[in-house]
Design a protein around this ligand. Structure first.
Ligand code: RTP
Length: 148
């Protein structure tokens, strides 16, 4: 099964959205494979967002991510990378559809509550970075009620 890396950013944690966000992925039918409540330091955040290091918003983005605890997760399921991005909504909450996490809970692009991998390849890299010891391999007993 495909896997994706999802992170509830510090604003999502501070605003009490952990349960709401996990609930949306659970209720969709995806399977939780890894979960860590943690803070990260500057060099780790810079590694996670290395692709954006040339962007003008990069220093502010790193400050934001290290400003408080985050919830790092691995979710598994069919097409979980693209579907996860749909559940999250567009990067800029002003353009995120109502019903998406960012559409429902965020206003500012620099406080957009959640991160989700944008490709299967990046998901693999992010999972390796955040969960170097691997994830928990198990299969939900609901599997046959979710997949044909
Ligand atoms: P993410 O990686 O957090 O899931 O977001 P994304 O793929 O939807 O967007 P990306 O382009 O990778 O940007 C990463 C995060 O940087 C912040 N950002 N700020 N001020 C700005 O113009 C700006 N653009 C992006 C956002 O927090 C975005 O999620």
């Amino acid at each position: 099964m495909e896997q994706t890396f999802i992170m509830i950013k510090p604003d999502g944690v501070q605003r009490g959205l952990i349960g709401e966000i996990i609930g949306r992925f659970e209720k969709k039918g995806f399977t939780l494979k890894g979960l860590k409540f943690t803070t990260v330091d500057r060099s780790f955040a810079e590694k996670h967002y290395a692709d954006l290091s040339a962007k003008p918003f990069f220093p502010g983005l790193v400050d934001y991510i290290i400003s408080g605890p985050v919830v790092a997760m691995v979710w598994a399921g069919s097409k979980v990378v693209t579907t996860g991005r749909k559940i999250i909504g567009a990067t800029n909450p002003a353009e995120s559809a109502p019903g998406t996490i960012r559409g429902d809970y965020a206003i500012d692009i620099g406080r957009n509550v959640i991160h989700g991998s944008d490709s299967v390849e990046n998901a693999k890299k992010e999972i390796a970075l955040w969960f170097p010891d691997g994830v928990t391999e198990w299969q939900s007993s609901l599997h046959s009620w979710i997949y044909e």
